[in-house]
Write a protein that binds this ligand. Structure first.
Ligand SMILES: Cc1ncc(COP(=O)(O)O)c(C=O)c1O
Length: 372
């Protein structure tokens, strides 16, 4: 009889896809975490040039080409004022692989990984694949991660806790005070804080802060070009942290990936060290759409904490709302796809054009009316 590992039997294909399949071909898709901007030309050009010069024919070093790791370190310095040694950076196949490395290198069988609930779908699955036990930590009423709830959930078996700001699926941003608390908790309890910062450039009110600013030994940062430069298809992310941790993560990376795709590394280097105006333009567009969505949801009578970052809103919704939206041709994702505490909410992605958003908000208002 065919045998599958217990680990793989504990995870399943993400529920988000099922929602897409239920909707018609011309539905307005507000279900995707896919920016609707092109990859910057200078990033594409750098990949093409590297290919034509033959620079992409061979494996790169396992951690990635030095120019890329220097550009990543410089970006951390510029954005967070944190100095990171290029040697403490591993270029990965997207933020997804970076999260995988963090779990594999730090979580033992049966150890607990505290994850925000609702939270990004990969945290639960990757903790399980590492043999760990994901422990959902409910968010505050305003959908921010509550450091007190994280600290309360820590036991002798806790290997790590995951934080994510700006957050998927919530669009909420952790305050500086909360980020300082995450750092303190990691230090005082001697547990790893995995800080997923893939939406860092998209903060509208206030600014992005990282626990890495306040704690170096027990924080690893996961980041990527995916959302930042609209490069999801390039599969290029990175992980950084203390040298010992990076060395352990490199052991995993070396065997599962060898190195990140070379063309993508050259494109990423150009994106990170080139002009950042493209990122500002995306942030401004997301902020305009955020305002549109917040006022549209309020008009529809749906209560929603104002998202301060990323490109998601997560209103409270009545029972049957998601099905009514899909029937009317708008795809939104049911909150329970992101954890049990997501129930009663829906995630709306506004990585879609403003005309589509306006049409979708009219249909959302009809759907809300129908189930009220
Ligand atoms: C919070 C969060 N972390 C990580 C990822 C993975 O990003 P990547 O496409 O770089 O693997 C995503 C993708 O949606 C995400 O939303």
């Amino acid at each position: 009889m065919t045998h599958f590992s217990d680990r793989v039997e504990r995870i399943s294909i993400s529920g988000i896809r099922e929602v897409f399949e239920a909707a018609g071909a011309d539905a307005i898709n507000l279900g995707l975490g896919q920016p609707d901007f092109p990859t910057p030309d200078h990033a594409k050009r750098a990949a093409v040039d590297a290919i034509e010069a033959g620079d992409t024919d061979a494996y790169t070093g396992n951690k990635g080409v030095p120019e890329l790791r220097e550009a990543i370190a410089a970006r951390h310095e510029a954005d967070l004022g944190v100095s990171v040694a290029p040697d403490d950076v591993i270029a990965t196949a997207g933020g997804s692989e970076a999260l995988h490395l963090a779990m594999e290198a730090h979580v033992d069988a049966g150890e607990e990984v505290l994850i925000p609930d609702p939270g990004f779908v990969a945290y639960d699955a990757l903790a399980k694949l590492a043999g760990g036990e994901p422990v959902p930590v409910p968010l505050r009423e305003d959908l921010t991660i509550d450091p007190a709830a994280v600290e309360d959930a820590i036991t002798d078996d806790t290997a790590a806790f995951v934080v994510n700001s700006p957050g998927n699926p919530t669009g909420t941003v952790s305050s500086e005070a909360d980020v300082r608390e995450f750092a303190r908790i990691a230090r005082e309890h001697d547990v790893l804080c995995v800080s997923d910062e893939v939406y860092a450039p998209f903060v509208f009110d206030g600014e992005h802060r990282s626990p890495l600013e306040f704690e170096r030994d027990n924080v690893v940062v996961v980041d990527a070009c995916s959302k930042r430069y609209s490069m999801t298809g390039w599969r290029l992310g990175w992980v950084t942290g203390a040298s010992e941790r990076v060395e352990r993560m490199l052991r995993v990376h070396q065997y599962v990936q060898a190195c990140a795709s070379a063309p993508a590394q050259f494109a990423a280097e150009a994106a990170l060290s080139g002009p950042q105006g493209v990122v500002d333009e995306m942030r401004e567009a997301y902020e305009r759409r955020r305002d549109l969505v917040v006022s549209g949801l309020a008009d529809a009578g749906l209560e929603c904490p104002t998202p301060q970052g990323a490109f998601y809103a997560m209103p409270r919704v009545p029972e049957g709302f998601v099905d009514e939206c899909i029937e009317r041709g708008v795809i939104v994702v049911p909150g329970e796809a992101f954890g049990e505490h997501g129930a009663g909410h829906a995630r709306i992605s506004y990585a879609a054009g403003e005309d589509d958003l306006r049409d979708a908000l009219d249909l959302i208002a009809e759907a809300a009316e129908a189930v009220r």
